[in-house]
Design a protein around this ligand. Sequence first.
Ligand code: SF4
Length: 161
Amino acid sequence: MAKIRIGWFTFTCCEDSTIVFTELLNKHYKEWFEKFEFVHARILQKDDSKEIQQMDFAFVEGAISSDAQETKLKKIREMSTTLVAIGACAVTGAPSNQRNFFNEMQKKEIRDVLDKFKYKDKVMKLSEVVKVDIAVPGCPMNEQIFLELIKKVINNTTQSS
Ligand code: SF4
């Protein structure tokens, strides 16, 4: 049986859902590595600089804060059958989007940083850029909802093969 092709991506955020995910691997890695091929997952790979590959599921953590991130997210969407927003920053934009609510004086103070790193004026949730199929809320992501989703992915694929 072909393995389910998975990608795990991180944009602007604190990466806590990635930490939760790696902690879950302590318990689930045998089962998951049998079922999944991790096509992209910087946390598991020495070099994740290759072109975005075709995936069955792309799990995306973090908010979008630059043009380069927006382009990469669109590519991930194009290359994935199902795109899952992971955690509050990806689902709602917050709390990574705090600067969206700065007053004029605060915005002026950060202008140089935005220009230097080519950041957008506004930080966006994923659904402002691409279609999101499934959302796993929580800050960090809700472990139970994530595990239920993974269980469904495995069961659906096992039944349909
Ligand atoms: S949702 Fe919370 S835990 Fe996840 S990246 Fe954003 S701030 Fe960090």
